[in-house]
Design a protein around this ligand. Structure first.
Ligand SMILES: Nc1nc2c(ncn2[C@@H]2O[C@H](COP(=O)(O)OP(=O)(O)OP(=O)(O)O)[C@@H](O)[C@H]2O)c(=O)[nH]1
Ligand SMILES: [Mg+2]
Length: 231
């Protein structure tokens, strides 16, 4: 089965070459790499156009900075694989785990797989306690609304059958994508699995960007897409 890997990128000059190389070396025979640059201003875009575009299958250049959600939406539209996975452009998630991530879909047991940073025996970097609490509260609230039992709603590693993800209209431009897609997938009554993944979290000094305002936005999106929408 062919895997499409969609990488949303915004100002990731220090990690973009390394992540593209790790994705190219990931142990999946049949794969397609799609880069979506979200109007980077730190030199990432020049590097993509001069060098990295020759190392991947598709490169999409957004005409302004819309956010991760819209970058993914653009990437999904161009995907041709049987399965689509999201890969952040930092080094927090390990592409060597693609085979485990997609196995339930390959075996036709699942339509969607979430990689949980809070399960599994692999290494997990110990970072911010209050981020952990924030993630747990958002997952709890999302689960209460969806009635599905996830341990990590906000994880980047989400894999989907391509026909499923392409049939969902993504409306949230930024990080509201994660609760939105979780609500919409849950309403479809498709088969959702979780597997434990490793997590090599970064600190704010190392480039971490997400903050408490993104958490508040996520609460709003959980309510909006679960309670105020019929599908
Ligand atoms: N922050 C941010 N990331 C974007 C944007 N558009 C695309 N991205 C990409 O979306 C992915 C996730 O962003 P991150 O900033 O790593 O978000 P995160 O992993 O939830 O949080 P941290 O890594 O802790 O900052 C990365 O590959 C970014 O390059 C944007 O407008 N802002
Ligand atoms: Mg990150």
């Amino acid at each position: 089965m062919k895997l499409s890997i969609v990488i949303p990128i915004y100002n990731e000059l220090s990690t973009i070459e390394e992540i593209v190389s790790r994705v190219r070396e990931a142990p999946i025979e049949d794969k397609e790499i799609i880069l979506v640059d979200d109007f980077s201003t730190d030199g990432t875009r020049d590097l993509l156009e001069s060098k990295l575009k020759h190392q991947v299958d598709k490169i999409i250049l957004q005409d302004r900075n819309y956010g991760k959600g819209y970058a993914l939406k653009a990437g999904f539209e161009h995907a041709t694989g049987d399965i689509v996975i999201i890969q952040d452009a930092d080094l927090e998630y390990d592409p060597n785990q693609y085979p485990e991530m997609i196995r339930p879909i390959v075996e036709d047991k699942a339509d969607v797989v979430y990689g949980s940073r809070f399960m599994g025996a692999g290494p997990h970097r110990v970072v911010y306690y209050w981020h952990y609490v924030g993630n747990k509260l958002l997952t709890l609230l999302s689960n209460m609304c969806t009635n599905i039992n996830l341990t990590d709603m906000e994880t980047c590693y989400k894999a989907f059958r391509r026909d499923l993800i392409q049939s969902i209209n993504i409306e949230e431009p930024r990080f509201g994508f994660e609760p939105e897609i979780t609500a919409k997938v849950a309403k479809r009554k498709v088969r959702i699995y979780e597997i434990g993944i490793s997590y090599y979290g970064r600190t704010y000094n190392e480039g971490k960007k997400i903050g408490w305002k993104d958490g508040l936005k996520a609460i709003w999106c959980i309510l909006k897409y679960n309670l105020f929408r019929s599908r």
